[in-house]
Design a protein around this ligand. Structure first.
Ligand code: GLP
Length: 265
């Protein structure tokens, strides 16, 4: 697994370069995006929008999927992932609206919605590139820590720790925070051809170290990325600090973490 440490300001351009390359090599590529603060703090979507405006990126023939959505809130809700994606990305970029799939949080049949998502992915040849963020509890997409994880997209209970974290976004009322979400399954992520996990800030540092140097366990869903043949992890210095300490510890004991490092100044 490749680890890239970059200044915060370089992460957006770096990810945009990757997206440009994937889209140029395969105009009909299927991209999977992520929500959360990380793409905004790193300027990933802003950079993609700028590249498109400058004519360096053409997503007009691409396909798009979002791996998760909270159940029980309509698309138009301020905090829906649908609204997030429109506001930060889709409203600013030329693309075909019928080529994107964001699960419907108000679906009457969430399991059927999961199946529709899997079929959308299969029908468009599988995911070529997925951008992933890291939840504070080690989740990716909405794959929460659990004793076992479904392979295909599924309905999950949102971990209480996350519901509490999201409460301020819902007027501080915990009861208003969705309790369930639709999310990719573990197999859905593993079948993606290329993955960039992006994490920034000191608050992600311990979890990054645990996920990448600790045992592979469904209790730390991000640790399963260690098994992916083509996943990279892009960090700023603050998020990398715990990993660097863990690597030093392992080196002292004569153990190799198997991680490949690259630091860009
Ligand atoms: C939410 C989303 C995840 C995302 C995560 C990280 O929980 N379901 O897909 O990766 O937030 O968020 P942040 O980047 O704000 O830390």
């Amino acid at each position: 697994m490749n680890i890239l440490i970059q200044p915060l300001s370089e992460i957006g351009p770096y990810i945009a370069d990757r997206v440009v390359r994937v889209a140029a090599a395969k105009p009909q590529a299927l991209f999977a995006w992520t929500t959360g603060n990380t793409p905004l703090r790193t300027g990933i979507y802003q950079e993609l929008i700028a590249r498109e405006a400058q004519g360096q990126l053409d997503l007009s023939s691409s396909w798009f999927v979002n791996p998760d959505e909270q159940l029980g809130i309509p698309q138009a809700h301020e905090e829906s992932y649908y609204t997030y994606m429109k506001r930060h990305f889709f409203d600013h970029i030329r693309h075909a609206e019928d080529r994107r799939f964001i699960p419907d949080g108000m679906t009457l049949d969430p399991l059927a919605e999961c199946e529709r998502m899997e079929q959308f992915i299969e029908a468009h040849g599988g995911i070529d590139y997925q951008l992933i963020g890291l939840g504070m509890n080690g989740h990716i997409c909405f794959i929460e820590p659990a004793p076992a994880l479904p392979a295909r997209s599924f309905v999950t209970e949102i971990a209480e720790v996350n519901r509490e974290l999201y409460a301020p976004l819902f007027g501080g009322v915990l009861a208003d925070v969705p309790k369930q979400a639709i999310t990719f399954g573990w197999g859905t992520v593993m079948k993606t051809r290329q993955i960039s996990l992006v994490a920034v800030g000191a608050e992600k540092s311990d979890m990054i170290a645990r996920a990448l140097t600790g045992p592979i366990t469904t209790e730390v869903p991000a640790s399963l990325l260690q098994l992916h043949p083509n996943a990279e992890v892009v960090l700023d210095e603050a998020a990398a600090a715990g990993l660097l300490r863990a690597e030093e510890e392992l080196t002292k004991r004569g153990i190799s973490s198997g991680l490949k490092w690259e630091r860009m100044q």
